[in-house]
Design a protein around this ligand. Structure first.
Ligand SMILES: NC(=O)c1ccc[n+]([C@@H]2O[C@H](COP(=O)([O-])OP(=O)(O)OC[C@H]3O[C@@H](n4cnc5c(N)ncnc54)[C@H](O)[C@@H]3O)[C@@H](O)[C@H]2O)c1
Length: 332
């Protein structure tokens, strides 16, 4: 793909940072925006931005998606060829505590992006949706054609709403738009609010980890864990293939793991990184409201479109995470 001018929202975030890096490596010009909120340790967001500050083709601007005038001015000033909207209030559980944040960033914020793409046309709008739109669907693997009208958290409802809003704007204003349904993304410099990161923190704080799976390993929760590099390769493949209208893709690894297998793999990876035996102290709890029993992506549509499907094993991916963690936080 020839060099493009690309807006990445949520550029200080986990996925936004890795995507911006990859786009810069491929010779694109990237404007990254983020409101740098403190939903999780903001030092990590600064750390990610720091890594990009020497790229001459990267510009960072602190802008909130919900600031309509700010977003409008951004689009008026830069002539974006493409937009990747990754900024959002993420997390399923926090949407029970602070629903307002989800409406502000995910609904009002996304609407501002759509309006901007209407008034300043782009070749392709991509935006983050989520596997959570599948709710507690029983049929696996989840396919893009499945019925997704039963979200079980406000977070999921905002992501499903984004798909509807994008569909409408794409239809009315001829915006080529692609929704990306990510399945639990993990990796180095990932999100501290996610379980694998929190478990690792707890181990070093000598605290037990709480596992919300009823302690029933036969009927354990299944999660489709996707390594960050696979997510980025998926986005890079899709970015070059604007649909004529609106479409959605799963990006997951099509190989769900039991939560307990994930946790023992994390213990093993951490043991390797530290050179000593690690075992978490575990407390089993009931499944939390809004958590779904299984996430499992069909990747057929993705593979057909770009000839790629995520394949990094949790053993390899978690090893890279724990190696980073131990070195970044200087753990022994
Ligand atoms: N990581 C996952 O497992 C996962 C799974 C499914 C979907 N997603 C979606 O992918 C996207 C990226 O997720 P992530 O894991 O990188 O999360 P993240 O929280 O690390 O990144 C999101 C970034 O957006 C910024 N942001 C939030 N609200 C904003 C606003 N109103 N204005 C400007 N910036 C704002 C945050 O400061 C943050 O840096 C999100 O839309 C998320 O919902 C992530």
């Amino acid at each position: 793909m020839q060099s493009k001018s690309i807006l990445v929202t949520g550029a200080a975030g986990f996925v936004g940072y890795y995507l911006s890096e990859r786009l810069l490596q491929e010779g694109h010009t990237v404007v990254g925006i983020d409101n740098l909120n403190d939903y999780y340790d903001v030092n990590l967001k600064h750390e990610r931005l720091n890594k990009m500050k020497n790229h001459s083709a990267f510009t960072f601007l602190k802008i909130d998606l919900a600031d309509k005038a700010g977003i409008d001015e951004l689009f008026a000033t830069h002539n974006f060829d493409m937009v990747v909207n990754l900024a959002a209030q993420a997390g399923v559980r926090y949407s029970i505590e602070n629903p307002d944040a989800y409406i502000q960033s995910n609904i009002i914020g996304f609407h501002n992006i759509l309006e901007a793409c209407r008034h300043y046309p782009v070749e392709h709008l991509l935006y983050a949706s989520s596997s959570s739109v599948y709710g507690s669907n029983k049929k696996v693997p989840f396919e893009e054609t499945d019925f997704v009208d039963n979200p079980v958290s406000l977070y999921a409802a905002t992501k499903k709403s984004n798909e509807l809003m994008a569909h409408t704007y794409s239809h009315l204003y001829k915006i080529p738009a692609t929704g990306l349904r990510f399945f639990t993304v993990y990796g180095p410099m990932g999100r501290p609010d996610m379980a694998y990161f929190g478990f690792t923190d707890k181990f070093f704080n000598d605290e037990p980890i709480h596992i919300f799976n009823n302690g029933d390993f036969e009927n354990d929760l299944y999660r489709d864990f996707t390594y960050i590099d696979d997510i980025i390769t998926g986005i890079m493949g899709l970015i070059e293939k604007p649909a004529s209208g609106h479409t959605v893709f799963n990006i997951g690894n099509n190989n769900p793991e039991k939560l307990m297998v994930f946790i023992t793999s994390l213990e093993r990876a951490l043991s390797n990184s530290l050179g000593r035996e690690v075992e978490f102290e575990k407390i089993f709890e009931p499944i939390k409201p809004g958590d779904v029993p299984a996430t499992y992506a069909s990747t057929d549509k993705l593979q057909e479109a770009i000839g790629f499907k995520p394949e990094t094993s949790i053993q390899d991916g978690l090893q890279r995470f724990t190696d980073w963690y131990v070195s970044y936080y200087n753990k022994k």
